[in-house]
Ligand binder design. Structure first.
Ligand SMILES: Cc1ncc(COP(=O)(O)O)c(C=O)c1O
Length: 399
């Protein structure tokens, strides 16, 4: 669609220029095509487009020029052949599974993934005879032992939500390919600004565009990036038939989000690093989870695989749920919300929100305690954020 050759340019330039396709109006900012369908020259033209003899848009459930610009830009950033936008991050995961798997197949997934993804695997895919086994994210023997003849997909989020555990993507990709499986990586926490899973051998990358790709907490969306042939034949076929397509309006917002992705991610990393370092020194904080801290169990791997620690910091307060809730309720600057990746800092209690659907013993097993708090560190002044946390921690320690 666009003449821009992403291979010739740096990431920062790609995030602003890739995918743009000007109309005859010669606009500088990308146009928003709010149209559900497209008009044909005549009946023969319609027939040719419908049967695939002629390229071109038909209906926005299939393709839309604004969505296409977003897809081209994100593909250029991830270094993938083709990207397809979806209506949400969850529908990106559902689409990938429905398009690439069939009844009787098996998934091996890291235990420590977004709670709704676990529910999708167990409660929805399970109904269609696709089963899932869960393994500790960095126990590579466990990954290898869980693979069965019918396993077709390894699924991982790295860094994981909310404990920022890191998986060695190259190692998992090698294991997947030795066993005729695909490796799917949810790159939501890092984004292509900090980590390129395809470069380490992953087959597909998933995004919740809702998070850092938007970056200002406005729209719900998702994306899948992978090899062109399978994306066209399997993923797009599922999407245009089942319909979890990205809205053009949301695609336009995400396109604008991608333009500032690099500089936003740098600012998230800077602020999160300072908050994590500060939390590590506080009385009343038992443990801090942040890949940029040398105390992080996979610090070396994070340094190799990521170009920054990211914006997510989790920590355990000394005490139980009441103390965690008191701290959360005592903050003034942090928004109490389950979303993340916003320029506004957010604070969440994973055990009773994002991960409440896990049974208590499942949460226990993956380390999501009642005293765990997750921060998505935004772009407010870091001094103000630390002052706010300091006051809130003081209040929490009184109970
Ligand atoms: C790591 C991760 N993947 C996927 C999703 C799902 O994305 P969405 O809310 O856009 O459906 C989330 C949402 O929080 C997430 O944190």
């Amino acid at each position: 669609m666009s003449k821009f050759n992403p291979d010739k340019y740096d990431m920062q330039t790609r995030s602003i220029r890739a995918g743009q396709s000007r109309t005859q109006e010669n606009e500088n900012s990308e146009p928003l095509f709010l149209t559900s369908s497209f008009v044909f020259d005549d009946a023969a033209d319609a027939a040719a487009r419908f049967c695939g003899d002629k390229p071109g848009n038909i209906y926005s459930r299939f393709t839309n020029p604004t969505v296409r610009m977003f897809e081209e830009r994100l593909a250029a950033l991830e270094g993938g052949e083709r990207c397809i936008g979806t209506s949400s991050g969850m529908s990106a995961i559902l689409t990938t599974c429905m398009a690439l798997l069939k009844s009787g197949n098996h998934i091996v997934s890291a235990k420590n993934i977004f709670g709704t993804t676990v529910a999708l695997f167990n409660k929805i895919l399970g109904k269609f005879n696709v089963s899932t086994s869960y393994v500790p994210l960095s126990d590579y023997n466990a990954w290898a032992s869980a693979i069965r003849p019918e396993t077709r997909m390894l699924f991982v989020e790295t860094p994981s939500n909310p404990l920022t555990e890191i998986a060695d993507i190259q190692r998992l990709a090698d294991l997947a390919h030795e066993n005729n499986c695909l490796l799917v990586v949810d790159n939501c926490f890092c984004t292509p600004a900090l980590q390129l899973p395809l470069q380490f051998g992953a087959d597909y990358v998933i995004h919740s565009a809702t998070k850092y790709l938007d970056g200002q907490g406005r729209c719900i969306g998702g994306a899948i990036i992978g090899p062109a042939k399978q994306m066209e034949e399997d993923i797009l076929m599922f999407l245009r038939t089942a319909g979890p397509s990205m809205s053009p309006f949301n695609a336009w917002v995400f396109l604008k989000g991608l333009e500032t992705l690099n500089i936003r991610m740098q600012a998230h990393c800077r602020n999160a690093q300072l908050v994590a370092e500060w939390l590590s020194t506080r009385k009343g904080v038992k443990r801090v989870y942040y890949p940029g801290l040398p105390s992080h169990p996979q610090y070396e791997l994070a340094q190799r695989q990521q170009s920054g620690g990211g914006g997510m910091v989790s920590f355990d307060v000394d005490g139980g749920r009441d103390r965690a809730w008191k701290l959360i309720d005592s903050t003034n600057l942090f928004s109490i919300t389950a979303n993340l990746g916003d320029v506004k800092s957010t604070i969440t209690h994973p055990a009773t929100t994002t991960h409440h659907r896990l049974a208590p013993e499942e949460r226990q097993e993956v380390g999501i305690t009642d005293s765990l708090i997750r921060l998505s560190v935004g772009h407010e002044s870091v001094n103000d954020l630390i002052k706010d946390l300091d006051a809130a921690l003081g209040q929490a320690l009184k109970i």
